[in-house]
Design a protein around this ligand. Structure first.
Ligand code: G16
Length: 543
């Protein structure tokens, strides 16, 4: 087999965002595009020679062909071994686990997460390091720098490797091991949760509906929920991963998982509903007639962690991304735990988890996880809830009511303005940034502004500083408005407006969140002039 050295030129824009490099699929399919980025990964991380990698993805369109290219490039650059999920499938948390379990040097995950897939939708490539977590900023910077100086890439001339059957083959001098994508992950879940208790819950007639959204968690949820835990057949729906996610948008929130919401708010709803995203790292939790926001879910898990065997001795600390609601902080305060506030992006939790400064982490964007892997983990969050419910034997609504009565309720919502003109979005941010210092002391829409700043993060473990991570406006009585531009979109800019207000009066804890947040929403509009600047009369997505 011949190694080809292909001359190439740097391609602009191969800068990894919040979570890897995401582009429209046709962009990734252009000549040299994927190859350049993969070579930049090798070059930016000290070469592939002698290394062992994990490879898999969410099965979206083009993953099958991309996997073969990545294998041939790893072989051409002298990698020792690649461990691949059968049919190139691996959920993101399962990939993280496999990297750690097999002590691999890193992993490549082919996914654009919750973004739609298909010939004209999105594709992505993410590099994870030996701790199993997303490459931190210095590594993604090195990969980006390598992409800008590329003159050639190396690829083996070979037939496709058969990825449909577990087993070991060779490609050039490199070993390729195809593994069952579910088995090791299922074993890990069994070691964390009380499977007997959850099985007993199902045995007593508890009903669940898990919507895999035609994405990667289907096989995992079938094996664990219906297989190991005995939930009735049919509890997991949309369970077969499809290259275009059944034409849907695999983002587990009330908008894109509307079918599940309709069932959970309909007659004869099951006791518990959940969904996960394209690559299985996000989760949505919904009880009968009771949607749980990701921020609240994180707080509930922290407050109930000692009910789960793996966390029975208590948590070392907790962490949340800055825009995530401060419901978690209230729990942490009452438990005497440190609560760290990081920028958006799971990669920022890695150091805290590695240094044992946090056990549970989470984000408003439907991500929750712990130190069991170094990614957020959708199915893990679902099993956590099931373990808590199996112990407490209460409904989700009762658990939430108890939680708010004890800790207060942080009303929370995120308004997204998607694919807006990139220039207009950055002008909006610039204008607001320029006004931050004059805002404190002003009263806007009846709310007195107490503080305003731009979030910067000093990593307490490695001392690195990350700046410009979102504009924050704090109002009287614990209210907060945060604005930032998304780092995961592939079209124009997405403006995210995060709105929060604290309610401690039990009589007012059942209000509709949009109504409870109305003054904060009005203030955000008045402060930033969102409608005028974006030309959008209302947000595209409200979660
Ligand atoms: C990624 C990151 C998350 C982040 C989310 C949204 O999630 O891993 O940490 O919260 O994107 O980021 P942004 O607000 O910049 O769009 P995923 O599930 O897409 O990998």
């Amino acid at each position: 087999m011949t190694v080809h050295t292909v001359p190439t030129r740097p391609i602009e824009g191969q800068k990894p965002g919040t979570s890897g490099l995401r582009k429209k699929t046709p962009v990734f399919m252009q000549p040299h595009y994927l190859e350049n980025f993969v070579q930049a990964i090798w070059n930016g991380t000290g070469g592939a020679s002698g290394k062992t990698y994990v490879l898999g993805g969410d099965g979206r369109y083009f993953s099958d062909r991309a996997a073969q290219v990545i294998l041939r490039m790893a072989a051409a650059s002298g990698a020792k071994k690649v461990i691949v999920g059968q049919n190139a499938l691996l959920s993101t948390p399962a990939a993280s686990h496999l990297i750690r379990l097999r002590k691999a040097d890193g992993g490549i995950i082919m996914s654009a997460s919750h973004n739609p897939g298909g010939p004209n939708e999105d594709f992505g490539v993410k590099y994870n390091t030996a701790n199993g977590g997303p490459a931190p900023e210095p590594v993604t910077e090195a990969i980006f720098a390598a992409s800008k100086t590329l003159g050639e890439y190396h690829i083996l001339d070979a037939q496709d490797v058969d990825l449909s059957t577990p087993g070991t083959t060779t490609l050039g001098g490199m070993e390729v091991e195809v593994v069952d994508p579910v088995a090791d992950y299922a074993e890990l879940m069994r070691s964390i949760f009380d499977f007997d208790k959850i099985r007993a819950l199902f045995g007593d007639g508890f009903r669940i509906r898990f919507d895999a959204m035609h994405a990667v968690t289907g096989p995992y949820a079938k094996a664990i929920l219906e297989g190991a835990l005995g939930a009735p057949a049919g509890s997991v729906v949309n369970a077969v991963p499809s290259p275009d996610f059944g034409g849907g948008h695999p983002d587990p929130n009330p908008i894109w998982a509307k079918d599940l919401m309709d069932v959970m708010f309909g007659a004869d709803a099951p006791d518990f509903g959940a969904a996960s995203d394209g690559d299985g790292d996000r989760n949505m939790i919904v009880g009968r007639n009771c949607y749980v926001t990701p921020s609240d879910s994180l707080a509930v898990l922290a407050a109930n962690a000692t009910l789960v065997p793996a966390y029975a001795k208590g948590l070392k600390g907790v962490a949340r991304s800055m825009p995530t609601s401060r419901a978690l902080d209230r729990v942490a305060e009452s438990l005497g735990l440190a609560c760290c506030e990081t920028p958006t992006g799971w990669k920022f939790f890695g150091n805290l988890l590695d240094a044992d400064r946090a056990t549970l982490c989470g984000e408003e964007s439907a991500g929750t996880g712990s130190d069991h892997v170094r990614e957020k983990d959708g199915l893990w969050a679902v099993l956590f809830w099931l373990n808590v419910l199996a112990e407490r034997r209460q409904s989700v609504a009762e658990v939430m009511a108890d939680h708010w009565a004890k800790f207060g309720r942080n009303y929370y919502s995120r308004h997204d303005y998607e694919a807006v003109d990139a220039g207009a979005a950055s002008e909006l941010m610039e204008a607001l940034r320029a006004r931050l210092s004059e805002l404190p002391g002003q009263t806007i829409a009846g709310l007195r502004i107490e503080a305003a700043d731009e979030f910067a993060y000093d990593d307490p473990v490695d001392g690195s500083r990350t700046e410009r991570q979102g504009l924050r406006i704090m109002t009287q009585g614990g209210g907060r408005i945060v604005m930032r531009l998304s780092g995961t979109g592939t079209e124009g800019a997405t403006l995210r407006v995060y709105l929060e207000r604290v309610e401690t009066d039990p009589a007012r804890m059942k209000d509709d969140p949009q109504a409870a947040l109305a003054p904060i929403i009005t203030a955000a509009e008045e402060i930033a002039g969102i409608r005028a600047r974006t030309g959008r009369p209302r947000p595209d997505v409200i979660t």
